[in-house]
Ligand binder design. Structure first.
Ligand code: ADP
Ligand code: MG
Length: 234
């Protein structure tokens, strides 16, 4: 579904990630691991068209989406839950979902919001409540719900578990499993290595903008020295 070749991305003269290649099929989860500043968020944001791409190609279902705008990438099936969630605290839950759906057609938005309320009944119950008054876990649900409005084929999630209680993290991971079962691909960035290994099919490790380890989650689980080094940074 997604094929990325020799991607480099950055900010002006700063190269945040270089020469990165990877692919993802429907229903697969790929997790990027690595220390702060490794280039994980820059990679995800570049895929979405939100950070400058310096070189390489991005293809979705064989179609080259390199250099297209964020709206076109959403149409091709991508959506992102950004690091830090970025919800609007003074707007209601429902308004936050509408804001998230602004680049899709009215029909897709209506269907999308129904879909989100089915996935997250708790958001439906709190649709008129200010988003800022939700618990941390509910805010993460809202951030994920907002990304799901366009009913993406590939959901990109940056720092899924950051700042959440273990029980809430369980709920978030249960949703990822459901997406996987529905044949949706997930690109995940996660500081919690064990959680990432529990859901991922593929692992890519970044260090200072370079890919330093690449393999299946099974191989990563069996690689004690890799796990030790990843524990040290999370
Ligand atoms: N807006 C920005 N402007 C300039 N440099 C940035 C910006 N955002 C991130 N960087 C730099 O890009 C590199 C990778 O950062 P980032 O992708 O956020 O890493 P990670 O998500 O792995 O912590 C870092 O050196 C960081 O300082
Ligand atoms: Mg980051």
């Amino acid at each position: 579904m997604l094929k990325v070749e020799n991607l480099s991305a950055g900010y002006g003269d700063i190269i945040a990630v270089r020469d990165l290649s990877f692919s993802l099929e429907r229903g697969q989860v790929l997790a990027f691991l690595g220390a702060n500043g490794a280039g994980k968020s820059s990679t995800l944001m570049c895929l979405m068209g939100l950070v400058e791409q310096k070189s390489g190609t991005i293809k979705m279902d064989g179609r080259d989406i390199t250099a297209t705008k964020v709206e076109a990438r959403i149409s091709s099936g991508l959506a992102i839950v950004p690091e830090g969630r970025r919800i609007f605290p003074d707007l209601s839950v429902h308004e936050n979902l509408i804001v998230g759906g602004h680049v899709v057609s009215a029909k897709i938005m209506t269907d999308g919001i129904d879909y989100v309320y089915t996935v997250y009944p708790r958001l439906a119950e709190r649709r008129n409540q200010a988003a800022g008054s939700l618990s941390g876990g509910e805010q993460q649900m809202l951030a994920m719900g907002r990304a799901l409005i366009s009913q993406p084929q590939l959901l990109i999630v940056d720092e899924l578990s950051l700042g959440l209680m273990p029980k809430v993290v369980d709920e978030c991971y249960a949703v990822l499993q459901t997406l996987k079962q529905n044949n949706i691909g997930v690109l995940l960035v996660e500081q919690n290595t064990e959680r990432a290994l529990s859901v991922a099919d593929k692992i890519r490790v970044l260090e200072a903008g370079n890919l330093t380890w690449s393999g299946s989650a099974t191989d990563a689980k069996n690689n004690n020295s890799l796990r030790q080094s990843l524990m040290g940074i999370s």
